[in-house]
Design a protein around this ligand. Sequence first.
Ligand SMILES: [Zn+2]
Ligand SMILES: [Zn+2]
Length: 166
Amino acid sequence: MNCFYHPDSPSVAACIDCGKGLCQPCTAKFSIAICNDCNAKRNQKDKVTMINILLKKILPSIVLFIVAFLFMHKTGSYSNIYVSIIFGYIVMSIPWGWSRTGDMLGRRRFSFLRSGFLDWCHWSLRISLSFLLGFVFFPLEVIKLIRAAKDSKKIDEAIERDPVNN
Ligand SMILES: [Zn+2]
Ligand SMILES: [Zn+2]
């Protein structure tokens, strides 16, 4: 079998998604042996995921920050703006802490009648950890998203390049 993109070159690997033959330079083009078309598809899916995180998680967090900030600033006994900023930041990062502590501790379905003592311990622990750790997880998630966006751009650029005739 020869490379799908370079019919004169023998293939050394097959695309992990569709099985197309890939020559040595094509195999080394990405971090995994994958053809251009399949990687473009994967990259497209990743972009949709990133946009979803942006719209469904980061945007609501910013709204939460503004609401918490204004609440503290207008009604709080502290007139100090930094206190309001910190309060807004802690509130906005609670959902991030909640989601990450769920990954760490597992998720328990809430049922008012059937929830036992251990369930309440679990949620109390998760809420406390969300308060304590959310403000660390939030920037980490943002950094992860920025990195993912950069990687995705690199893949787009690599797809455009021909590793043999450039
Ligand atoms: Zn493929
Ligand atoms: Zn090739």
